[in-house]
Write a protein that binds this ligand. Structure first.
Ligand SMILES: Nc1ncnc2c1ncn2[C@@H]1O[C@H](COP(=O)(O)OP(=O)(O)OP(=O)(O)O)[C@@H](O)[C@H]1O
Length: 234
């Protein structure tokens, strides 16, 4: 089976120093790969490299069986990959939620009614149909996260690259987000500091540190969390 995505001996530099050094990974159908590691380790850089937003100084990027080096080669593969940016405001750009979610389908061959129907269907599947007519920039941070994910799912991608998907998401929206991802039948790479989320969804994990990837354990043991309740002072 041809891997969906792969990096081979990839080195990405900022100035002279490497952020990624001899990084190799392979993503196959239905893999749910978590990438974990400290702040600044290069997790976002790795995702950006996979879609051609960063170009390696050396090494190979292959998407759906094709070597990708030029912008045209990456552009051909990008509609098959949904990339959830770390910052939702980098992703949302249409005035209303429905326009934003319908934008991708509209630009890949759907008519306006088809694109809107697909948008509404995706919002409903995520449990956020009520946000359809809302102005995107006035949504809460957690709502924005789900709308961004809806925009990606509406494109019916084969692969999702998710950069901190649960950031700023509350329990109810987090449950919707996890259910949607658990039901996604493509492959995904999850970059997350949320151990519970990784344990629930990932089938495999890699740790990135000092520019290198190593196999990591997924902690499936239950954690005890303190749940502080804030009471207003009388
Ligand atoms: N555009 C840029 N110009 C210069 N340095 C950058 C740029 N983007 C990222 N970096 C640096 O590259 C390194 C890797 O950043 P990256 O965002 O990939 O880390 P990360 O693992 O995703 O971090 P976090 O967990 O904080 O999101 C960091 O040292 C960061 O400061």
């Amino acid at each position: 089976m041809i891997p969906l995505l792969s990096l081979t001996d990839v080195r990405v530099c900022r100035g002279e120093s490497p952020v990624l050094d001899a990084v190799s990974l392979t993503l196959r159908s239905r893999d749910r790969l978590a990438i974990v590691g400290p702040n600044g380790a290069g997790k976002t850089t790795l995702l950006r490299t996979l879609v051609g937003l960063e170009r390696p100084a050396s090494g190979r990027v292959r998407l759906f069986g094709q070597d990708c080096t030029t912008e045209a080669e990456f552009r051909a593969a990008r509609p098959r990959i949904g990339f959830l940016f770390q910052d939702s405001d980098d992703q949302l750009f249409c005035p209303t939620v429905l326009e934003d979610v319908a934008f991708g389908p509209l630009n890949t061959g759907c008519t306006l009614p088809e694109a809107e129907a697909r948008g509404r269907e995706t919002l409903a599947a995520l449990g956020i149909a009520h946000l359809a007519e809302r102005v995107t920039h006035r949504l809460s941070g957690g709502e924005k996260r789900l709308v961004c994910l809806a925009g990606l799912l509406a494109m019916r991608p084969e692969v999702l690259l998710l950069d901190e998907p649960t950031n700023g998401v509350d329990a109810a929206n987090g449950a919707r987000l996890r259910a949607a991802l658990a039901g996604f039948d493509g492959a995904m790479i999850l970059v997350s500091h949320d151990e519970g989320f990784v344990a629930e969804l990932a089938t495999r994990a890699l740790l990135i540190a000092d520019g290198r990837l190593t196999e990591a354990e997924i902690h499936t043991h239950p954690h005890l969390h303190a749940h502080p309740h804030l009471h207003p002072h009388p």
